[in-house]
Design a protein around this ligand. Structure first.
Ligand SMILES: [Zn+2]
Length: 292
């Protein structure tokens, strides 16, 4: 084990959400050179009777291995399935740790990982470390149902944030693992693959699902410890895009802060401000103006 991996261990906090559902959180580090480490986030694993479905492999090399070894050691897991929610690097960097397993993902996720393989493996993509690419070896589009023992696990594609993005719905307990479809306090726009209107419609479609508990990738660990978010998070993310669209033509749009746009949602306590998201908000303003 390298020193780098040992350092990673100290950055992963484990939260037992249910006896079959665990969160692995990489922490919020406002001074870290990597944006994903500043924003903070984590991943989730479902586990039962020696088998696990791990959702995403985290944001630094070694973290996926750490999660796998933790589950082997503490839950006697011997059989793993990995689900890659989308191709963004903070979700797929350690897929290699599951190279012997079924890795499920959207067709687009596999295509993008292969397309960017050389850049990823050379460590030349954004601020991420170099990593060995291991794309999904079982792909689908739309909807796929899995069972972990008697636990039904539904993978749903939503055209939000990135093409081929998967959310994980556990219909029995109405739990939704959102990955990057929803974020606290605001989400990352990309309107290159689907219009803002399409993405709003997709969020409305999500709101119509029977969901009581939401667990996103990027949020504070306190929210996870307190049992996740209600559907109000979907509403807050919808409102963010609607308000951004409504203000896009205002003369002061360029100086409008995320805090100002989301004042009502922040006051209500549904979401909470986290300063590194200023950077995401500034990116979002430019992305929106490129596409309106
Ligand atoms: Zn993403």
């Amino acid at each position: 084990m390298t020193q780098e991996v040992i350092n990673m261990e100290h950055k992963i906090e484990v939260v037992e959400i249910r006896d079959y559902l665990t969160c692995f959180y990489w922490g919020r580090h406002p001074e870290d050179p990597m944006l994903d480490m500043r924003l903070g986030g984590g991943t989730y694993a479902l586990h039962k009777n020696g088998r696990a479905i791990v959702i995403d492999s985290m944001t630094r090399p070694g973290q996926g291995t750490w999660v796998r070894e933790y589950l082997e050691r503490t839950h006697q897991i011997t059989h793993f399935t990995l689900v890659s929610s989308h191709w963004h690097v903070d979700h797929i960097i350690d897929n290699h740790a599951y190279a012997d397993s079924v890795i499920i993902g959207h067709k687009h996720t596999r295509d993008m990982m292969l397309k960017k393989k050389a850049v990823f493996e050379a460590g030349e993509y954004s601020d991420y470390d170099a990593f060995k690419v291991e794309p999904p070896n079982l792909v689908f589009e739309g909807r796929l149902d899995l069972w972990l023992g008697d636990l039904k696990v539904e993978l749903h594609e939503y055209k939000v944030h990135e093409a081929g993005h998967l959310g994980v719905l556990l219909p029995d307990e109405k739990i939704f693992i959102a990955n990057d479809i929803l974020e606290d306090p605001l989400w990352f726009f990309d309107f290159g693959f689907a219009s803002a209107e399409t993405q709003l419609n997709e969020l409305e479609r999500l709101k119509n699902q029977e969901i009581d508990f939401i667990f996103p990738c990027h949020c504070s660990i306190d929210k996870i410890k307190k049992g996740g978010f209600s559907k109000k998070l979907i509403e807050a993310n919808i409102n963010y895009l609607k308000k951004m669209m409504a203000h896009a033509a205002d003369p002061d749009f360029d100086t409008m802060t995320g805090k100002t746009i989301l004042q009502d949602e922040l006051d209500s306590g549904v979401i909470e401000w986290w300063e590194p998201y200023t950077e995401v908000h500034e990116f979002n303003k430019k992305e929106l103006l490129r596409h309106v």
